[in-house]
Design a protein around this ligand. Sequence first.
Ligand code: NAD
Ligand code: TYD
Length: 339
Amino acid sequence: MTLIVTGGAGFIGSNFIRCMRSAHAGIRIVCVDKLTYAGNLSTLQGLLDAPDFRFVKADICDREAMSALIAEERPDAVVNFAAETHVDRSIEDPAVFLRTNVLGVQTLMDCCREHGVPRFHQVSTDEVYGDLPLDRPDLLFTEETPIRTSSPYAASKAAADLLVLAYCRTYGFPATISRCSNNYGPCQFPEKMIPLIIINALADKPLPVYGTGENIRDWLYVDDHCCAIDLILQRGRPGEVYNIGGHNERRNIDVVRLICHGVGKPESLIRHVADRKGHDLRYAIDPAKIHRELGWLPQTPFEEGMRRTIDWYQHNRSWWEEIVSGEYRHYYARMYGEG
Ligand code: NAD
Ligand code: TYD
């Protein structure tokens, strides 16, 4: 079996490649990544020279490159992780989000259709459903929840989802979509909350919490997300959307406190800073459909996943030190000041 994995030098894509290689002996994986600020070849360390692995530096919006690669590799499936992914950056500058997250998906699907690729999987997000109120814990996102986006990032992902479903209906295009809650684990770019707080805590720097810290996210260990996508590729029904979530809702402030405890640093490092514009209050997924149809359940308890994650950042300093000493410094200074 040959898979093309786009965005494989990023957080979830790289973990997915490793999960698939250990779960399926003999699988060939072709990783396509533009290596934007978020993509990092050192994330693929140990894989680049591996047999049955190929890395191609390319943009998913480059029709000629995508078409030629698909013609050459004849993949059994294309799994699309490539995206601009950070909400705060989408608030600063939405344009690149529309280009990659919408036009890139259209380009990939056109090339898959052109060459008759048997399966396309779009990795989407629960953020397409907008948010839920904090005082209604009974409400959860199901696959039937209407699309109602808050950020330019979420809107770009929702636009792509609608396009994928339109291709399924109009052309009989064999695609599936997964909408996952917040992931955490090794190799997550330090602009996202969990790695940012771990890295700052390790360096005794202030820990920025937006607003009151009451906002709730449903956190899932990255390997559990990867297993779910593997199952969807094997047994998911084309044209269907699958929600993926951990039944693991946490307030941001509680996650930050847990990190302080895990790293052995005082909570006095916590700083409440200006809130994110349009900040979604609560995300919560109902994963009943993927459980019922594909037998998927999350395997990693939050405390265990966080212990592994903190441990990874403690033991892989060179990975993130290279990032935080480069271009990322300018973004950090713009967002949080020089501190
Ligand atoms: P990431 O930002 O860590 O990685 C994205 C990767 O895509 C990077 O390697 C980047 O270089 C690459 N890329 C960006 N633009 C590209 C382009 N035009 N052509 C080729 N490659 C390009 O993101 P992530 O957190 O790993 O997210 C992966 C996917 O999962 C995204 O589609 C995201 O919307 C979705 N998702 C993420 C989460 C989460 O919590 N991180 C949750 C649900 C869904
Ligand atoms: P993030 O990791 O950016 O993921 P998302 O916006 O996709 O949920 O943020 C997770 C939560 O943490 C979100 O409610 C915003 C908040 N947050 C902070 O409080 N401080 C920070 O420095 C960051 C980056 C996020």
